[in-house]
Design a protein around this ligand. Structure first.
Ligand code: FES
Length: 103
């Protein structure tokens, strides 16, 4: 699916991500600044925080309790679209998804 990252300064990066790839790994492959992914996607660092565009929230899989708890310790303010991108797996349902990258 096509994934779009929008940085705070307005820069955009788009990539066609393989199904099954988590969107933290995809961000790293694309050199997106600010998505550190320090734990490698095992849901223990919260450095892969993104704001899913409101239009895409419903298409995302529901978050589990661990992700929900982790989102309370992210460094950028938690918002309604906050997700940990390592928990978002590329799939046809997410084709065109827009992710806003925190500072
Ligand atoms: Fe660590 Fe997502 S990469 S929680």
């Amino acid at each position: 699916p096509q994934v779009h990252w929008i940085m705070r300064n307005g820069d955009r990066v788009s990539d066609d991500v393989n199904d099954g790839t988590n969107l933290m790994d995809a961000a790293q492959m694309n050199g997106i600044p600010g998505i550190a992914g320090e734990c490698g996607g095992c849901l223990s660092c919260a450095t892969c925080h993104v704001y899913v565009d409101e239009a895409w929230l419903a298409a995302c899989p529901p978050m589990d309790e661990v992700e929900n708890a982790m989102l309370d310790i992210v460094t950028s303010p938690r918002q309604s679209g906050s997700r940990l991108s390592c928990q978002l797996i590329a799939s046809p349902a997410l084709d065109g998804i827009v992710l806003h990258v925190p500072d």
